[in-house]
Design a protein around this ligand. Structure first.
Ligand code: 9MR
Length: 746
């Protein structure tokens, strides 16, 4: 028999315990209580306490929690020796109160010994009068060393925590997760441009056309027409129609689209939202900064202490050693942006991110619809605002300085190469402010790809910062040349795919694309023949590099190709370069036209990739670049239409950008925007892109909720789902690039 009863309770007592915590009809005969003495009637045994003064009070366990502790786990009560069966579902419930009002208890089921894995957790805000809490989860492990605990530390002031009727009932039926997808009319919940395309998707069983009405905020019909049946959409498995209301061009707010008896979520027709999104998407980076306090006056609600400076419990990033045996020096690698929801800093991902942000700025200098002042000095509320340098360049410089610090110093083995990454020795739990991270930090071995990311972005920086800071531009170009030479000398030094403890591996076994990209940037900044030759002789130069999943941190050839096509230069055969981008855009447009959700993304076998949101955006960037090259409106319209998917015209009927759209992602996986786990922490700032549907659902939470999901449904807005719902610097860079393009079309 799979299930095991606790030894200490008779069956009658056990059922009594279960029934006291549950509505009677839900407790079945084979539901087995795992917690001993959850009712605290006469004793607190076998519960343990840590750093609290606890005792029985009116048949409950109450604990006086001291003030002045830092972490949740600095004060706790719990019970060990809990047995869990892998794949079995459990209902975890308890009654709890906290005084004064507003304190948080982190209730968890996890491993009672190191490494203290957490298998389920919730962090309710407690009331003085008390409430009953109940959660269902499936155990990912078999263990007899489980623990039920309430972590109550982290408060500046003392408070009193009480708990009763703690129950962990095994054998309950697992909850079937049904996403709330709201009305079946799916629109861009933010805004359509007045002169842009306006498309929606209707989910319906109907197979023949249906009437639709566009309504203004007062409910009056301002346009109407017929839907177009599109059959079953592969990316969602739904039968759908598409609706085109692009003939309507008047500005307005609070419009809705009505069809098949359903009313869409509201949206605007206008440009203001994109002007705001252009700024918010870049403002995201300031609160990702490492090594500096985040100023609350600049980002109200987001102020925090500097992370990874040399203040305990941080070990600091100013003298970071290598992993054992990798090098015999330390480097000062303060600064830069945290990669994502973790505290790691990775050169490959930092590189593509810096490129895409710099390219947003560079496009504004050269494109027919570019407006450099829109991200100019004073636009982003940065500490550097007012220094006469465009704010977007100030923000990217924070990362560039870090990338430069990752270069192996002269005189050391592999001098000129860049270390692949720096991060914690082990993975940390959530939430954890950067300034509270106690882990040892380590440099990981240099890699060819990291070195070429440095060469490419430092070369690009050399031309873009020259008007503002000649010395920095020169320093960047020197570093880029040094990195280039080092990469040529070590062309196949790849990061270990298994080096993924405490941080992501970011491994990649092909550096020909990074060589091409770096050569292109060095050529664009210097005009030198050696770099032109490398570009022209690279097989990447003429290869079809624009696949269905587009470009990414590991597929960087497009960064070089797009820049060669758009940044003025005299490369022989440049027309062909430009034509290759237009040809790729034609293919993405064909994908978009065939797609009932109007997106330029149809991955092979309908397998959505990690970070699919930004892959959709990057495909749109290629389409937008074809517009910049040709001026043909079909590319402009295709790029604009791609935004609709991100902002709500999708199977889940939600916007993947925090703060944009009535239903939007806002619980992204992050150690410091961990509001879902600790109500005192903020959600991610407005303008944060969620990774989006990921068919491989690598994290246990997504596996629990989304098993068997189809394409667009492989996403859940929960902080636990790091494989579908993280935030990341490279993803927001794609959002920045597209938001800026769309705003420029106003
Ligand atoms: O974005 C990365 C994705 O392409 C990879 O498949 C995945 C696994 O290696 O890693 C993603 O990047 C994560 C990184 O490894 C660690 N920081 C968070 C990143 C976003 O999830």
């Amino acid at each position: 028999m799979k299930r095991r009863r606790t030894a200490l309770l008779s069956l009658t007592a056990l059922l009594a315990t279960a029934l006291s915590a549950l509505p009677a009809q839900q407790a079945g005969a084979d539901e087995v209580e795992q917690v001993r003495n959850g009712t605290f009637d006469t004793t607190a045994d076998p519960w343990w306490t840590s750093n609290v003064t606890a005792g029985l009070s009116e048949g409950r366990l109450c604990a006086d929690v001291p003030g002045g502790t830092t972490n949740r786990w600095d004060a706790a009560v719990g019970q060990n020796d809990i047995t869990l069966v892998k794949g079995e579902s459990y209902r975890f419930s308890f009654k709890s109160s906290g005084a004064p009002e507003g304190h948080v208890a982190r209730a968890l089921v996890g491993l009672s010994v190191s490494p203290y894995d957490t298998w389920y957790e919730a962090s309710p805000v407690l009331s003085v009068s008390g409430d009953t809490y109940s959660y269902t989860f499936t155990s990912p492990v078999d263990t007899t060393q489980g623990q039920v605990a309430f972590q109550v530390g982290g408060s500046a002031d003392p408070w009193r925590f009480c708990v009763d009727d703690v129950s962990l009932l095994g054998g309950v039926p697992p909850e079937v997760y049904e996403p709330d997808t709201g009305p079946r009319v799916r629109v861009n919940q933010v805004a359509y441009l007045p002169a842009g395309p306006k498309n929606a998707t209707l989910v319906t069983d109907a197979t023949t056309k249906l009437p639709w009405q566009l309504k203004n905020a007062r409910g009056a019909t301002v346009a109407h027409g017929w839907s177009m049946p599109r059959g079953v959409d592969v990316s969602s498995g739904q039968n759908v129609h598409s609706i085109d209301f692009g003939a309507y061009r008047k500005k307005g707010t609070g419009l809705t689209l009505v069809a098949d008896g359903e009313t869409s979520r509201p949206f605007d027709i206008g440009t203001a939202a994109y002007e705001k999104l252009r700024l918010d998407a870049v403002k995201y980076y300031y609160t990702q900064r490492s090594g500096t306090p985040i100023r609350d006056d600049l980002r109200p609600g987001y102020g925090r202490l500097a992370g990874h400076v040399d203040v305990a419990p941080n070990r600091g990033d100013s003298a970071v050693p290598c992993q054992p045996g990798v090098c015999d020096y330390t480097l000062d690698v303060r600064g830069g942006w945290y990669d994502a929801g973790d505290h790691g800093k990775y050169v490959v991902n930092g590189g593509i991110t810096a490129w895409e942000l710099l390219s947003t700025y560079e496009r504004s200098l050269h494109a027919r619809t570019g407006h450099p002042a829109k991200l100019g000095d004073g636009t982003l509320a940065l500490p550097e605002s007012g220094n006469k340098v465009p704010d977007i360049l100030d923000e990217v410089r924070w990362e560039l300085e870090f990338l430069l610090r990752m270069q192996v110093p002269a005189g050391k083995p592999l001098a000129g190469m860049a270390h692949h990454k720096i991060h914690d020795e082990s993975w940390t739990g959530l939430p954890l402010l950067p300034s509270d991270d106690p882990q040892k930090r380590e440099l990981h071995p240099p890699s060819t790809q990291a070195t070429l990311n440095l060469a490419a972005t430092a070369a690009q920086a050399a031309r873009l910062y020259r008007p503002y800071d000649k010395a920095f531009a020169a320093r960047a170009l020197t570093a880029a040349r040094t990195a280039w030479a080092a990469a040529l000398a070590h062309p196949t030094l790849y990061a270990d795919p298994n080096d993924g403890t405490g941080g992501g591996a970011y491994s990649d076994t092909d550096a020909t694309d990074e060589f091409y990209w770096a050569a292109a940037e060095l050529y664009l900044s210097t005009g030198e023949k050696q770099f032109a030759d490398h570009v022209l002789n690279s097989p990447v130069h003429t290869a079809d590099i624009f696949g269905p999943a587009g470009f990414d941190w590991g597929r960087t050839a497009a960064a070089g190709r797009l820049d060669l096509a758009t940044v003025p230069n005299g490369l022989p055969g440049r027309d062909k370069v430009r034509a290759s981008v237009v040809k790729a855009a034609d293919r993405y447009l064909a994908t978009l036209t065939a797609h009932p959700y109007g997106m330029p993304y149809a991955p092979d076998n309908n397998l959505y990739d990690w970070g699919s949101s930004h892959q959709v955006l990057n495909n749109a960037v290629t389409v937008a670049t074809a517009y910049d090259i040709t001026g043909a409106s079909k590319y402009r319209d295709g790029a604009l239409q791609s935004m609709d998917y991100l902002l709500g015209r999708n199977a889940l009927n939600m916007s993947y950008v925090t703060g944009y759209g009535e239903a939007n992602a806002h619980n992204q996986h992050s150690r410091w925007y961990a509001h879902q786990l600790d109500p005192k922490l903020p959600n991610p700032p407005a303008g944060t892109l969620a990774g989006g549907p990921n068919s491989s659902i690598q994290d246990p939470y997504a596996q629990l909720k989304l098993k068997g999901c189809v394409g667009q449904f492989c996403y859940i807005d929960d902080i636990q789902s790091w494989s579908t719902n993280e935030t990341a610097i490279n993803w927001n860079a794609a959002l920045t690039r597209m938001a800026s393009f769309v705003a420029d079309q106003a």
